[in-house]
Design a protein around this ligand. Structure first.
Ligand code: G1P
Length: 294
């Protein structure tokens, strides 16, 4: 099998963040802080640590702060340098030195599938990863390296699935699967975007990590609008799997959904509790507070 070095990652970041209004009225939802970094920085760091250093962000209007965050900030750096504040200086330089970051705009908000299609020119005809910014994967429980390895072994596309309680499956893409000779790898035989209660083929939810074959672009071009009137990536993968292999790995690690207010707060508590500097005092404070919360 032809093995291509995977280096490209697409991060769709054009969403309006309506679930977070008014916080996201003038600020992209990807810039909401999670402990001490904007949410999007965790996602870029995850990609880079898996060797994906060519990042394409699919953005839209009001997303300029994303570009600024991953760019140099000379004025700020000069001030910090003059003060001798080397720790903060290195923290502001980190995000601009992480990766080679490119941007393309998704003019019309026509859904996740359409956002991925906007990446076609940059990606070309090689496999690539897609990382959704609302899903933060705990750096201690990486899934991308496994997915990349499976893609190298089997070709085609690879999804990450997570078992969820049946009452939550309607919030996700849902996969029908069969076993392969490798107990850690499943073959995807069907996909349904956000199935109605009772219509889900399994309790395996598609999470926001994909390693995709470039043939997905051909499918996306002919995928009609689906759930919510949007062009769904799940639908394109559902037709692709009849023509080319789509495999999956099941992720059992820690994933934090920063996409809505309650789970965003939970993500902050988890990640603050694990923070090398803040974790210990934060956990002690939480323990103290627990009895007083009503
Ligand atoms: C998207 C995908 C869905 C997937 C989910 C993972 O939905 O369309 O298939 O399960 O991400 O987070 P969204 O959460 O953007 O509505």
């Amino acid at each position: 099998m032809r093995s291509v070095n995977l280096t490209k990652v697409v991060i769709p970041a054009a969403g309006l963040g309506t679930r977070f209004l008014p916080a996201t009225k003038a600020m992209p939802k990807e810039m909401l802080p999670v402990v001490d970094r904007p949410a999007i920085q965790y996602v870029v760091e995850e990609a880079v640590s898996a060797g994906l250093t060519d990042v394409l962000m699919v953005t839209g209007r009001n997303k300029r702060p994303l570009e600024d965050h991953f760019d140099r900030a000379y004025e700020l750096e000069d001030v910090l340098r003059a003060k001798g504040d080397t720790d903060r200086l290195s923290s502001v330089r980190t995000s601009s030195a992480l990766a080679s970051i490119h941007y393309v705009r998704q003019g019309d908000p026509r859904g996740l599938g359409h956002a991925v299609l906007c990446a076609e020119l940059h990606v070309g005809r090689e496999p690539f990863a897609v990382l959704l910014g609302d899903d933060l994967i705990d750096a201690r429980d990486q899934v991308l390296p496994t997915m990349i390895d499976v893609q190298k072994r089997y070709g085609g596309s690879v999804l990450a699935l997570m078992e969820v309680p049946p009452e939550q499956i309607h919030l996700y893409g849902c996969a029908d699967v069969t076993a392969t000779a490798d107990p850690a790898v499943l073959r995807v035989t069907g996909l349904v975007e956000k199935p109605a209660p009772g219509a889900a083929p399994s309790n395996l939810a598609v999470i926001g990590r994909y390693v995709l074959a470039p043939e997905v672009f051909d499918e996306l071009r002919s995928t009609p609008p689906g759930k919510g009137g949007e062009i769904q990536l799940t639908d394109a993968l559902g037709t692709l799997l009849a023509k080319a292999p789509v495999h999956a790995v099941v992720f059992n690690g820690r994933r934090y959904d920063t996409g809505d207010r309650l789970t965003y707060l939970k993500a902050i508590v988890h990640l603050a509790g694990a923070h090398p500097e803040l974790g210990e005092p934060f956990r002690a404070w939480l323990r103290e507070q627990a009895p007083t919360l009503s």
